[in-house]
Design a protein around this ligand. Structure first.
Ligand code: ZN
Length: 220
């Protein structure tokens, strides 16, 4: 698996400093479980931040070699998708979901209470942050999400299969960031269901000809 689409550096920095909202942090953490590059980048940000904090509190005792050693130890310690400490899971569909998200699911993806919404199926996950929506999204092979734009930000992480929109092709581990400037219609690749984690900070707005008519009824 090669991850091609990553969170931008500002998003990773917000994650590393704890400034990111919890629903978006869930998406970034799940992406990181599938992406060694972003794990290392966030680890370096956290280590550098920690070293700077230490240096600012006790300049007289700070040793550059100590800070570097701690940084490298921290980078090496970040667990990945196949960390040995994780217990074995017999359900392949559940095992394919990285740990940060797996702990939030009500059941294995094969057994979740998917609710059909037009051409897609969704399962909403509990979310305490006002305005945000956290949902699992399942798109049948070759089918598309209705054309829409965004009233806020949307982070979409592919967990199984793949989809394409006007901005590119997204496979397992890829993360797409969308905002009100993006009007798109993601279409799943043929041959395999596409399952995504999608988090929005405000409701979507359907924009196609039919979408404008049913926007108030199709609550995505
Ligand atoms: Zn990444």
């Amino acid at each position: 698996m090669t991850v091609s689409h990553h969170p931008d550096r500002a998003l990773l920095l917000d994650y590393a400093t704890g400034a990111l909202s919890e629903p978006f942090a869930l998406v970034v953490a799940t992406h990181m479980a599938l992406c060694p590059a972003c794990r290392h980048e966030v680890s370096a940000m956290e280590a550098i931040g920690g070293a700077m904090l230490e240096a600012s509190t006790d300049c007289s005792q700070a040793q550059p070699e100590d800070a570097f050693a701690r940084l490298m130890a921290h980078v090496e310690a970040v667990p990945g998708e196949h960390a040995a400490s994780q217990p074995a899971i017999n359900d392949p569909a559940l095992a394919a979901i990285p740990r940060p998200l797996r702990d939030r699911l009500p059941a294995s993806p094969d057994q979740m209470p998917w609710r059909r919404q037009g051409p897609i199926e969704t399962v909403f996950l509990p979310c305490d942050v006002p305005g945000y929506r956290v949902r699992m999204l399942r798109i049948a092979p070759g089918r598309g999400v209705p054309r829409h734009t965004h009233r806020g930000e949307e982070l979409t992480l592919v967990l199984q299969g793949a989809y394409s929109d006007a901005t590119g092709h997204f496979g397992r581990g890829d993360l797409e960031t969308a905002d009100p400037t993006l009007d798109h219609r993601p279409v799943a690749d043929p041959g395999e269901q596409c399952i995504c984690l999608a988090v929005t900070s405000a409701p979507l707005r359907l924009t196609g000809r039919l979408g404008r008519l049913i926007d108030h009824f199709l609550d995505i």
